[in-house]
Design a protein around this ligand. Structure first.
Ligand code: PLP
Length: 415
């Protein structure tokens, strides 16, 4: 069997679909390395949304006129497309549109957690959870009288799986784990974690916000009960995210939001709910955004998610190598390899992460600085903030040079 690496991406051709990347600041070409926060949106996605607004725009599910019917079909089919993108064979019956990953987490924590959790139950998280998962389960567990436990992160930035086997027990009711850490870049062994949860009759929620944009994801192969991701991190629009859930689990849950579009029958005294996914999509949903997100799924599949992953790994390895040569700089997370995704967080002795990002900005290099919504993890790492460079399909290895120059510059100025 051959193990050929997939082709490198044709970055110049890819970039031609992103006019925003041509922007200059004080005559310097933008280098956009803030992709873990939000990716840029290619022309096919912008065009799909603008065509929708120019030709089809109407509210869904309610009208019998042509435009409403066309909008409804486009909106419904977008569910099937996103389900297909992550390997969910139940199509729209397993794929709910939400606002983002955060809302997907909140929906399950409230709809499932407040009903099922109680004293004696435990929710198991990892120490590297994003606040979207950590704060949500922490607060819902508190309201339900349940406990929260955390799987440790080891010194290399990987989950301590021996500790996972200790912490996940018959008291565990829910495991919620991040697939790819937005701070460490670690790709977690989510199938193993899900199996551990299932061995103890617990459910498993996987936060795929950084995984779905950057690698092939098959929710059925992982056997996740719930899996969440956001449109704006995968070349899609803001304002839309996805919640995958196994069909029987979603069918059994009560809605999290009430209102129009999600009911079957309403009287002054009581109401009953429509089918999945509509019972979870109260009010006017993000229709144009759904059309745009389906176009983003087509766009990424045309490139090929294996090639996206290989490109990300290559850039992360190149950035890791280049940055690790700088004196006083510490990089967090595992060394480059198959369990490290395309982002690199780092700190510099005597230079605050915000100063690093600010000097990078002077060089028109866009990176992020702060706690990346992982404050407890930063406490564990012993730093209040880190700088983070993150890559996507339109970034080239050449763009690492201006990053390194800017970081060297910051060191010369502050250190
Ligand atoms: N989970 C992870 C791992 C993330 O990186 C993010 C965003 O940075 C989120 C959750 C939250 O995503 P959103 O802000 O789209 O809800």
């Amino acid at each position: 069997m051959s193990h050929q690496r997939p082709d490198a991406l044709d970055v110049p051709a890819i970039r031609s679909a992103y006019p925003i990347l041509e922007r200059t600041f004080d005559g310097t070409q933008l280098v956009y390395l803030d992709n873990a926060a939000t990716t840029q949106t290619p022309d096919p996605v912008v065009d799909a949304m603008s065509d929708y607004y120019r030709e089809t725009n109407a509210n869904v599910h309610r009208g019998i006129h042509h435009l409403s019917q066309e909008a409804s079909i486009a909106y419904e089919e977008a569910h099937d497309r996103l389900a297909e993108f992550v390997g969910a064979s139940g199509g729209r019956r397993e794929l709910v549109f939400t606002k983002n990953t955060t809302e997907s987490e909140n929906m399950i924590a409230h709809a499932w957690g407040l009903r099922e959790l109680g004293p004696g139950d435990e929710v198991v998280l990892t120490q590297m959870e994003h606040h979207a998962s950590l704060v949500t389960w922490q607060q819902v567990a508190m309201r339900a009288g349940a406990d929260v436990k955390y799987i440790r992160v080891d010194d290399d930035g990987r989950l301590d799986m021996d500790h996972a086997r200790e912490v996940i027990s018959d008291d565990t009711a829910m495991l919620s784990a991040v697939h790819v850490s937005n701070t460490l870049g670690t790709v977690n062994p989510v199938s193993e974690l899900v199996d551990l949860a299932h061995e103890h009759d617990a459910l498993a929620f996987i936060d795929g916000a950084q995984a779905v944009p950057t690698r092939p994801v098959d929710v059925e192969a992982i056997d996740a009960d719930f899996y969440a991701f956001s449109g704006h991190k995968m070349a899609g629009p803001t304002g839309i995210g996805c919640l995958y859930g196994k069909e029987d689990l979603l069918a059994d849950l009560d809605p999290y939001l009430y209102g129009g579009g999600m009911i079957r029958k309403v009287t002054y005294d009581e109401s009953s709910w429509g089918e999945v996914p509509w019972k979870f999509e109260a009010g006017t949903p993000p229709i144009a955004e759904a059309v745009g997100l389906a176009a983003a799924a087509d766009y990424l599949d045309d490139i090929g998610m294996e090639r996206v992953r290989a490109h990300e790994e290559r850039l992360a390895a190149a950035a890791y190598d280049a940055l690790s040569g700088i004196d006083g700089l510490t990089i967090y997370g595992p060394e480059p390899g198959p369990d490290r995704a395309g982002l690199v967080s780092f700190s510099m002795e005597n230079v605050h992460a915000h100063d690093l990002a600010s000097i990078c900005n002077d060089h028109a290099v866009a990176i992020r600085a702060g706690d990346h919504c992982t404050q407890p993890l930063h406490d564990t790492l012993g730093v209040s903030a880190t700088a983070r460079a993150s890559f996507y399909v339109y970034n080239s290895v050449d763009e690492i040079d201006p990053l390194v120059e800017a970081v060297e510059d910051a060191r010369a100025l502050f250190a």
